[in-house]
Design a protein around this ligand. Structure first.
Ligand code: 1PR
Length: 523
């Protein structure tokens, strides 16, 4: 029996699912006594250090946790569950951690995009039962902006490179904790969890030791989901956002089944976009929550969900905050949420006033769940102009002239699934959302969507150069070469496709096979 510490933020469902998949029962700690009674305790922390410590104090979990840990009883911390073990974190100055280990968590100050999101390797510093069955060259899923800096090197179990070499897991007796998410690291992560849970594991050092670990470029499968005219939830796919063919919504399969297929084929992440979420309120669209619940039972890579994340007033006048919608999504198995139309409205307001209100969906959700959990989905369309100063937007010189030979263009943001253009460009939107607390940009392109012409490299370059957070390039992938091109020419961290995967024109593993040796990827 595993006792799981759920302090109410983040996606504990994935951890429960991953443990149950290993045949072990999970019990959620509901009182301080449950912590003391645990045989083995798993602490999957997600979100913000300050928020976590406040809740641990409020629930009076600090004392029993310290007692449990000081007695050297079996413990596995994940992500913030690792940070919690230390004395403090730069994420919440002045707040005390559990202080079981000396040292603190520090913010990445590096050239690379922060948060560090994606699959990276580990280098073992000492033998451990966690390594049984690993070769040493595996990659694990990381998502964090802070890393721990132990005062005593003897507790470092593994290190990882991302701009600097940082501690990616610790071991002190029976106390283990990882910066990466084993529950989101596919079969390899399952091996690590199994090694913690099961008896009789060999204590060893993996055979291979990477000289330097490298963050892999991510390949993401995207499922646009909506109800068809018969009311069934289907995966659909548009051509330049038009999902109807001969009047009917295209039906390319069932969301859970397709997600499972993409997991098997090696997708590094899976994104669900509830594409009619802008008009239907998601908390009344329970099938979408059910899709997440079902998918997270068997799919152990990160899941992002978007569509309809905004404040909402129902017909009875009841107000729901965007945060409450996000809460439901996280609790149903999402690791990240993506905000589309609302991000445009928020940016417009911010640009008008220059003031952060603290009340926007981006600010509220990132405050609780951390900025790595907030993705901004951008739906831009090219607008051609004659000169660089024709409009007050971020204009670029383009190698693809417009219909009247125009040599310049800007990328206009749209809302409501591309139906309405706004007076805001994609570069400014991305920068504004980063300031407000977003952790990643999902950069679609209406002109390229479903065309198989390749990614819009000019758009992607313009946004990538303007922000310090990771960018997911999306729309237009038609062949394996397009992925190499987008990674090498723009430096994006991740590339997303839909149509070619749904129609089995280019399987995910074919993309990875082609990229192997050219671009760092997870095999
Ligand atoms: O505005 O917060 O409710 O979110 C709505 C979400 O739904 C947004 O993320 C928006 O991008 C998405 N969306 C709305 N309408 C559509 C549509 O297609 N009619 N999906 C839509 C568009 C595009 C990608 C697509 C890529 C790759 N999203 O999802 O998967 O373009 O396609 P490809 O590889 O086939 O070219 P809110």
């Amino acid at each position: 029996m595993i006792t799981l510490l759920d302090y109410g933020a983040g996606n504990v469902r994935s951890v429960i699912n991953a443990i149950e998949k290993l045949g072990e029962a999970v019990r959620i700690a509901e009182t301080p006594r449950d912590i003391l009674a645990a045989e083995k305790l798993v602490f999957p922390g997600v979100g913000n250090f300050g928020n976590m410590i406040h809740i641990l104090n409020q629930k009076q979990y600090m004392d029993p946790l310290q007692t449990y840990l000081k007695a050297n009883r079996p413990f596995l911390g994940i992500c913030l569950g690792l940070h919690a073990l230390f004395e403090a974190s730069e994420e919440a100055p002045g707040l005390k951690g559990l202080g079981i280990l000396k040292g603190r968590a520090r913010k990445f100050e590096i050239q690379q995009a922060v948060p560090h999101i994606g699959w990276n390797g580990i280098r073992a510093k000492q033998p451990s039962r966690l390594f049984d069955g690993l070769q040493g060259d595996e990659k694990f899923y990381f998502v964090h902006s802070y890393y721990v800096e132990p005062a005593d090197d003897a507790v470092i179990l593994t290190s990882t490179d991302y701009g600097i070499e940082f501690t990616s897991s610790i071991q002190m007796g029976n106390i283990l904790a990882t910066q990466f998410h084993p529950e989101k690291s596919g079969a390899t992560g399952q091996t690590i969890l199994g090694n913690f849970i099961k008896a009789h594991r060999r204590v060893l050092t993996p055979r291979m030791q990477p000289q330097k670990t490298k963050l892999a470029k991510r390949i993401v499968a995207c499922l646009d989901v909506r109800a068809n005219d018969q009311g069934d939830l289907v995966v659909t796919k548009g051509d330049q956002y038009d999902v109807r063919e001969d009047g009917a919504v295209r039906n390319l399969g069932k969301p859970v089944e397709l997600a499972q297929r993409y997991y098997q084929e090696g997708s590094d992440e899976i994104t669900f976009l509830n594409i009619t979420g802008f008009r239907d309120f998601p908390l009344q669209d329970l099938p979408m929550l059910e899709v997440l619940k079902q998918t997270s039972k068997t799919v152990f890579v990160p899941l992002t969900i978007g569509g309809g994340i905004r404040d909402y007033i129902d017909k009875n006048g009841r107000h729901y905050s965007a945060l409450s919608v996000a809460n439901e999504y996280f609790r149903s198995g999402a690791d990240k949420i993506s905000i589309g139309s609302d991000a445009v409205t928020i940016s417009e307001q911010y640009l008008q006033t220059g003031q952060k209100t603290g009340q926007s969906s981006i600010e509220q959700i990132s405050r609780i769940y951390g900025n790595q959990a907030v993705v901004i989905s951008v739906d831009p369309r090219r607008v051609y102009v004659d000169s660089r100063d024709a409009v007050r937007h971020k204009v670029i010189a383009t190698r693809l002239p417009g219909p009247k030979g125009e040599k310049y263009c800007w990328f206009q943001c749209t809302v409501k699934g591309g139906r309405e253009g706004r007076d805001l460009d994609a570069v400014t939107l991305s920068q504004t959302c980063e300031i407000l607390g977003a952790g990643e940009i999902l950069l679609n392109c209406i002109d390229r969507d479903g065309t198989n012409m390749g990614f819009d490299l000019e758009l992607i370059q313009a946004v990538k150069e303007a922000v310090g957070i990771p960018v997911i390039a999306s729309s237009g992938a038609g062949c394996v070469e397009h992925f190499q091109e987008v990674f090498q020419k723009t430096g994006v961290e991740s590339a997303l496709a839909a149509g070619i995967f749904h129609r089995r024109e280019v399987p995910i593993n074919a993309v990875k096979k082609f990229l192997q040796g050219k671009v760092e990827i997870r095999i």
